[in-house]
Ligand binder design. Structure first.
Ligand code: ADP
Ligand code: ZN
Ligand code: ZN
Length: 803
């Protein structure tokens, strides 16, 4: 008797465990751990993940698995174990832990097909299958099920002769192309071509082509190459000499680009010093976490590349994580340039289909390197030799929905399984990581200087309050204005950076001060000039800008705050000769537009690049000699204990954009709080001093890295219900934790209402609480069982956003 333990796709407390199912005899040997199956659940048929097989169950009267959904496991052993770890450490449902590891195409509605791998002939398959695939290299999964050939298909799939395709019905347009190949043998073709009448010249041309190239070819290409028509080909298909069929092709997002291949650069002395211990760990199969601390331009990426080279030479694989916004073509080029087709790229700019194609290359071991944003940490490699996290301080490595994981923690967990090193790289490491390096938990490697000892750009801080006192009401200080003008005259380029996080443009009545708020959430609506609309970024509420103030009927209601658009408008007034490229969510919404704008800037089509966060990273153009930060302090006032850290990191990062090549760079930082240490120390680019100052503050206020945090957020549409429930939770927490822990709450969340639900929270700060996970689970269990109350309780262990 064979039994499978299955995690079913029902995210609820009661179903958050494995269910045992009998494996019908026909699937013995077929169904394996890591595969998805269809199982009966109550009256329904649902999906599930097989996590293990066994011969006995403590339950009687097991139901039977209906059918498998995959030919091969889609989760390997390491990922199945990682699922348990994620569940335990982020307190999520098991089903979420597995789903997060898979590309979206595997979660959506799709048609499933089985296809002969390119280059394989139907004749190469076992006899029963030959008939099925004779006329079509692709068959429906349903047909395969009905013909009872799944176990046979599985054998061929294991040999690489077949594969499963997922053609997503709704979201992803399948990329099918027409192919043509001979239907008869080469000898027969040769016979036919002489038998053809002389006037059938066009058809003879096509036949001769196949005599010379006896293999499938894309119809489009054939027609173009022979300067023939598709009806000529059709005629030959009708004569049963050729056959036409559709085939899915990889949707390669970099299809039409060639990558200039690069060779490893001879390392500088300091690079050699830092790469030594990394190579050593790789060679001796040792798990170790390295913190590669080096200013921008110090040669970290070259270290990544050469470490990966070693890993590939040893037959192992590498994962490289970069933040979504710095996953620019420039960054991708560096990896593709060095390792060519051995690189798969996973990022959110790809369609679900493209992402699935890239994922499949990893799964089929066609590539050795996965470069991607956060979720690439789950790349289904089975012989990892290194994991690299660039810009390790970036908050986007933390996922805010279930499972609320941090990619850094997952990386360390996976690397332990494979006994391989993790390299965390940053010019401004997170306080957590730097503190760990200080305590020798991580191995600190420093690259203190830029390549060729280029100097860092000189940074000047401008006090905008003084500008105002001197009568300058513009958003440009006199100094910045002069320098912009100077660069335009010298035909050099400038970057203007608007720190927009927490500083959206809102609409305010200048007479009475009324601000348009979202009726569902307690935050102001953001102004979008396209369609003159106001939007809530939390619930999606939209409204038009009123002509009159709803409070006092004044006509003087205007948008406020410095959006990129407003800056662009003002630039147009004060520097009409400047050619400006604006990059923000509005101008980069369409696929490829990000890249196009950057290419334009690189090709000198503009003098000034104006933008938000997304221009802070990865820009490396020789002609940029000026970086201006319009308002450095907008992020300082967010209700977030990391506000200073983020401000420092961002300012340092932006400054690094200037003068990366021959021309020296200058940086102007405009601020209303020049005395704040995060602004001041970003000015001198003094990370070490910043670290010391910030650590003192974290210690005083019991924040990480001195304390761990867990945040419990409770929401309900009745305020009283939320308050009472949160109070109960707070009391329970207090009764359970040690006296070293600090329990804050109940308190209204910084955003006290979202989508008409009131939000309260309890924040726990602690050092060592062995029973904490158990306690948090109990809290979740109780509320997840009681679904009628309408109360939602969510728990974020090590939260990054305290909103
Ligand atoms: P980081 O990743 O720290 O910003 P990079 O690896 O991008 O630094 O290096 C900065 C610049 O120096 C790049 O243009 C890179 O090609 C160049 N570079 C890096 N290492 C070397 C080396 N050993 N010899 C010559 N140039 C190098
Ligand atoms: Zn008003
Ligand atoms: Zn809202």
């Amino acid at each position: 008797m064979e039994i499978a333990s299955v995690i079913v796709d029902v995210p609820a407390k009661q179903t958050d465990r494995a269910f045992d199912y009998l494996i019908p005899e026909q699937w013995w040997g077929t169904i394996q751990p890591g595969m998805r199956v269809i199982v009966p659940f109550g009256p329904r048929k649902i999906q599930g993940f097989v996590i293990s097989l066994k011969t006995q169950s403590e339950f009687k009267k097991l139901r039977e698995i209906i059918e498998p959904m995959d030919l091969e496991p889609i989760l390997n052993k390491d990922l199945l174990d990682l699922g348990d770890w994620l569940t335990e450490n982020t307190l999520c449902f098991k089903i979420f832990a597995f789903q997060v590891m898979l590309p979206a195409a595997l979660k959506a509605k799709y048609e499933k097909k089985v296809k002969i791998t390119a280059g394989v002939e139907a004749a190469d398959l076992s006899e029963t299958l030959q008939t099925l695939f004779e006329n079509n290299p692709i068959i429906d999964w349903e047909d395969a099920l009905n013909n009872g050939v799944i176990p046979l298909l599985q054998k061929e799939a294991a040999k690489g002769k077949l594969e499963v395709l997922y053609i997503v019905k709704e979201k992803v347009k399948k990329k099918q192309r027409k192919f043509v190949r001979p239907l008869v043998s080469l000898a027969e073709l040769k016979d036919e071509v002489v038998r053809f009448p002389a006037k059938a010249e066009k058809q003879k041309l096509v036949l001769s082509y196949f005599i010379n190239h006896f293999e499938p070819v894309e119809l489009r290409q054939l027609v173009a190459e022979l300067n023939t028509t598709s009806s000529t080909v059709k005629a030959l298909v009708e004569k049963k000499l050729l056959t036409e069929y559709e085939m899915e092709v990889y949707r390669d997002p970099f299809e039409h680009r060639t990558f200039k291949r690069t060779k490893p650069l001879p390392l500088t002395n300091s690079q050699q010093t830092v790469i030594g211990p990394i190579l050593n760990a790789i060679e001796s199969n040792r798990h170790e976490v390295f913190l590669l601390y080096g200013v921008t331009g110090s040669g970290k990426t070259e270290i990544y590349l050469q470490s990966i080279q070693e890993v590939i030479e040893r037959g192992q694989e590498a994962i490289v994580l970069v933040p979504e916004i710095s996953l620019t073509p420039q960054m991708v080029n560096r990896f593709k340039g060095r390792f060519g087709d051995l690189v798969a790229v996973l990022h959110s700019g790809l369609s679900a289909g493209e992402k699935y194609d890239e994922w499949r290359k990893i799964q089929r071991k066609e590539v050795k390197v996965a470069v991607g944003a956060r979720s690439a940490i789950f790349a289904p490699f089975e012989n990892l030799g290194i994991i690299i996290i660039d810009e390790e301080h970036e908050t986007s490595y933390k996922q805010e929905d279930m499972p609320r994981y941090h990619a850094r923690d997952v990386a360390v967990e996976r690397a332990k399984t494979y006994n391989c090193p993790v390299v965390l790289g940053s010019a401004t490491p997170s306080l957590e990581s730097f503190a760990r390096a200080q305590k020798k938990v991580y191995h600190l490697l420093s690259l203190p200087n830029r390549m060729n000892n280029q100097t860092l750009p000189s940074v000047e801080i401008i006090d905008m309050r003084e500008e105002l006192r001197d009568g300058n009401r513009s958003m440009f200080s006199r100094k910045l204005f002069d320098m912009l003008k100077d660069r335009i005259e010298k035909k050099q380029q400038s970057v203007l950076f608007l720190n927009k996080r927490g500083h959206s443009s809102f609409v305010m009545c200048r007479d009475c001060g009324y601000v348009m708020n979202c009726p569902n959430c307690d935050i102001s609506l953001t102004y979008h000039r396209v369609n003159e609309q106001m939007k809530c970024h939390y619930c999606g509420y939209e409204s038009h800008v009123p002509k009159q103030c709803p409070e006092c009927s004044s006509d003087y209601i205007r948008y406020f705050g410095t959006g990129t658009q407003k800056v662009e408008d003002e630039l147009g007034k004060i520097l009409p000769e400047a050619r400006v490229i604006r990059m923000d969510v509005d101008t980069t919404g369409r696929k490829g537009s990000h890249e196009r704008l950057l290419t334009d800037f690189q090709n000198g089509k503009a003098d000034i690049l104006l933008g938000t966060q997304m221009i802070a990273k990865g820009l490396d153009f020789p002609n940029i000699t000026l970086v201006g930060v319009l308002s450095a302090d907008t992020m300082l006032h967010l209700p977030d204990f990391r506000a200073s850290e983020k401000t420092f990191q961002l300012l340092t990062q932006v400054s690094g954009r200037a003068g990366r090549h021959q021309l020296p760079g200058e940086v102007i930082i405009q601020t209303y709080t020049p005395e704040h240490y995060s602004v001041e120390l970003a000015g001198t680019q003094d990370y070490d001093l910043f670290y010391q100052r910030e650590m003192m503050i974290r210690k005083t206020h019991h924040y990480p890295p001195f304390y761990y945090l867990s945040l419990i957020t409770v929401s309900h549409d009745q305020l009283m219900t939320v308050v009472t429930a949160t109070e109960k939770i707070v009391n329970y927490v207090r009764s359970q934790v040690s006296k070293d822990a600090v329990v804050l709450g109940p308190a209204a969340s910084p955003i006290p209402r979202i989508n008409n639900r009131y939000r309260y929270q309890c924040l726990i700060k602690y050092k060592r609480e062995p029973n904490l996970t158990k306690m948090l689970k109990t809290i979740l269990d109780q509320h997840q069982k009681d679904t009628k109350s309408g109360l939602l309780v969510s728990i974020d262990v090590n939260p990054f956003i305290l909103m």
